[in-house]
Write a protein that binds this ligand. Structure first.
Ligand code: ZN
Length: 183
């Protein structure tokens, strides 16, 4: 493996990623990160997202301040675990969201690092308002999480509810039942 010289030493890097900044910058993993990937501590999605964000951070100052804690791939979509302030920054700028989404082949979902199930669900449904989240016990002792979403499920509803259900199950083992306020 050949190490390229650090491409940008002109300014300090402040974007934080699950791999080393050097690796993210050059698109090559150091032996430590390589072994984390082999042992499953890091995933390919973590590595790819780190490199993408590092590239963007070179051009977009807001992204330089981000902390990418991890990236999870789920059925072709990508869930990015960011810090709360990073998510706020993206939500305030349609343009920034568009640029970020443009880097990924699947849809991106932005969720807060270290959040509980309730916050995770709220982030997945953003910008749609959640009216209530309740725990249900289905026959057989299966715990389900019922979400009541404001409004009606129109064809123009901006969130793919089936994807939210699938990703919540895949990443957090949440059995989501989604209901709308109005039928
Ligand atoms: Zn490394």
């Amino acid at each position: 493996m050949v190490y390229l010289p650090l491409l940008s030493s002109r300014k300090s890097i402040s974007l934080r990623t699950p791999i080393c900044s050097f690796d993210a910058m050059n698109g090559i993993l150091c032996p430590q990160c390589e072994s984390k990937l082999d042992s499953g501590k890091l995933t390919k999605a973590d590595v790819d997202a780190s490199i993408k964000l590092m590239h963007l951070s070179q051009k977009i100052p807001q992204i330089e301040k981000f902390t990418l804690n991890s990236c999870h791939e789920s059925n072709g979509d990508f869930v990015l675990y960011l810090n709360p302030s990073d998510i706020m920054t993206v939500r305030q700028s349609r343009e920034l969201y568009r640029i970020l989404q443009g880097e990924f082949n699947g849809k991106i979902w932005l969720v807060e690092e270290g959040s509980d199930d309730k916050k995770f669900i709220e982030d997945m449904f953003f910008p749609i308002k959640i009216l209530a989240i309740n725990q249900l016990w289905a026959p057989g002792g299966v715990r389900k999480t019922k979400v009541i979403v404001s409004g009606r499920h129109t064809p123009r509803f901006p969130i793919d509810v089936e994807k939210v259900v699938a990703i919540s199950h895949d990443l957090r083992k949440i059995e989501l039942v989604v209901e709308f306020e109005r039928k």
